[in-house]
Write a protein that binds this ligand. Structure first.
Ligand code: CS2
Length: 482
């Protein structure tokens, strides 16, 4: 018999081992607006909100989906309740009650603006992935990006998160309402300042006064977010039904480890973050760099190399001794020397802990999921380590190998006639099809993509030579040079 579906009405029937909201949901108020209610948000920021709500009813979340209505539609019969599975040898299940509503922006703009304007909204967070920021190759707002070009002419009928933030802030300023803090939770270096610059640039196109106000009055703290969140699959749905006794149509899962570091500015000191395990600190840059280069850099390297070698998950790739050795050397010898020594973060231990997380057999993290959007990920995860190594005259063969593995991966997809999830998919697949296994020419085709490889780097002979050598050594099936 199919179990009953999770909802307010059935919540009391969930098995005792499953944690559930220890607060009255109906008494909670929305103080937090979030753009992008994907799995990462539901496994990370919503979990922290759920814990904040145990002591403070102001932190229920209104979540805004920018494009698809899928999350809203699936969670509606569940009153926006869903199960979070914390993966470990013995998994822990928790019903999260922090989502108060899910709005689908193109259909519900007035409701989105009402939340953006409300004085009760003190915090706006984002998980819209790298591409959601509509940046150019230099990390600045791309005014020619189709969504931005559209939004600049759209009045308040915008579709990008940048457009919503600028219009929401304009309305608050007009009404004399204090601004909210805007917290980017995406894997971008200097995510706060980058977002501030993008929103300010957008506003400046119509209203330089507004741009100045945003620049001076609105806080965009930097953050570092970390928790490995494999996509939901049928196994997870079945597991939740079996272990909770209720059917959840869209549960989420993540490793047990979770971290959130936010830059300590007055505008975020509105909640008791310490009580729920969130770190506020003056200097996030250190954590942010280490996270992007170590965790995300290694992930992307593992994804492309692992897929070429026929592996499906991170843990499986880590059981391949050659891959495991490669990643460890990549991190210890080529990435770590580019990170500043610090008393608050020991890079050696950080690397050790990261590799341990990658090895965890309970976390089935698909390499194909990490391989998405390579054109947006490589420039922030791997190229900064390359530039540092080149400047310091250190070797960076393994970083070059990761870039070459990405090229081989794209070529493989193109030849197989397969799809590629990437904002530059069409251009990449065309390049992949044009490649003829001549290392010099193949690599040159990729390095010509200025959005990914800054011309100053791609034009450096030392850079090209190293990537060509790595590409030649790698082979089409990811065989590693001894
Ligand atoms: C991963 C990240 O999919 C990816 O590109 O590298 O989602 C990674 O799992 C998280 O950033 C970990 O915090």
């Amino acid at each position: 018999m199919k179990p009953k579906q999770l909802s307010e009405a059935t919540l009391a029937q969930v098995r005792a081992a499953v944690a559930r909201p220890r607060y009255a949901r109906e008494a909670c108020r929305v103080g937090w607006l979030h753009f992008g209610p994907g799995a990462f948000h539901r496994a990370h920021q919503s979990y922290y909100a759920d814990r904040l709500l145990e002591q403070d009813p102001r932190w229920a979340i209104s979540a805004v989906a920018l494009h698809s209505s899928a999350v809203r539609d699936v969670l509606a019969p569940q009153n926006d309740l869903y199960c979070l599975v914390e993966l470990a040898e013995t998994a822990r299940l928790r019903v999260i009650g922090a989502l108060r509503e899910i709005l689908v922006a193109p259909q519900e703009r007035p409701a989105v603006y009402a939340r953006l304007e409300s004085p009760e909204t003190r915090l706006v967070t984002l998980t819209v992935t790298e591409k959601g920021y509509c940046l150019d190759g230099d990390g600045r707002l791309d005014l020619e990006h189709p969504d931005i070009a559209h939004d600049l002419r759209a009045g308040d009928a915008v579709r990008s998160v940048i457009g919503f933030l600028a219009e929401g802030l304009r309305r608050r300023r007009t009404r004399g309402t204090a601004p909210f803090a805007v917290v980017s939770c995406d894997n971008l270096p200097d995510n706060g300042p980058t977002l501030r610059a993008a929103v300010t640039a957008f506003a400046a196109e119509h209203d330089p006064e507004l741009a100045r106000w945003i620049e001076q009055e609105v806080s965009f703290p930097r953050t570092m977010v970390d928790s490995i969140t494999p996509a939901t699959d049928a196994d997870l749905i079945a597991r939740v039904a079996a272990e909770s006794g209720l059917y959840d149509a869209w549960p989420v899962q993540r490793e047990q480890f979770t971290q959130w570091v936010i830059e300590d500015v007055p505008a975020v000191r509105v909640a008791d973050w310490a009580a729920v395990g969130v770190t506020l600190t003056r200097d996030v840059t250190l954590y942010d760099r280490a996270k992007l280069r170590v965790v995300n850099g290694a992930h992307s390297a593992l994804a492309y190399l692992g897929l070429l070698r026929g592996h499906a998950t991170v843990a499986e790739a880590m059981r391949d001794p050659q891959v495991a050795r490669y990643v460890e050397q990549l991190l210890r010898e080529e990435v770590a020397p580019g990170l500043p020594a610090s008393e608050s973060l020991d890079i050696g231990s950080y690397i050790e802990a990261t590799l341990e997380r990658f090895r965890a057999p309970s976390v089935r993290h698909q390499l194909a999921q990490i391989a998405w959007d390579g054109s947006k990920k490589l420039p922030v995860r791997l190229l900064p380590s390359v530039t540092d190594a080149m400047t310091a005259g250190r070797s960076w063969e393994r970083l070059a190998l990761a870039l070459a593995a990405w090229m081989r991966f794209v070529i493989g997809r193109a030849r197989a006639g397969g799809a590629l999830t990437d904002p530059h998919a069409e251009r990449l697949l065309a390049i992949g099809r044009a490649c003829t296994d001549q290392p010099q020419q193949d690599v040159a085709r990729f390095l010509g993509l200025e959005d990914i490889f800054p011309p100053a780097l791609a034009g450096a002979v030392a850079f090209t030579t190293a990537v060509v050598a790595a590409y030649r050594g790698l082979g089409a099936n990811g065989s590693l040079p001894e």
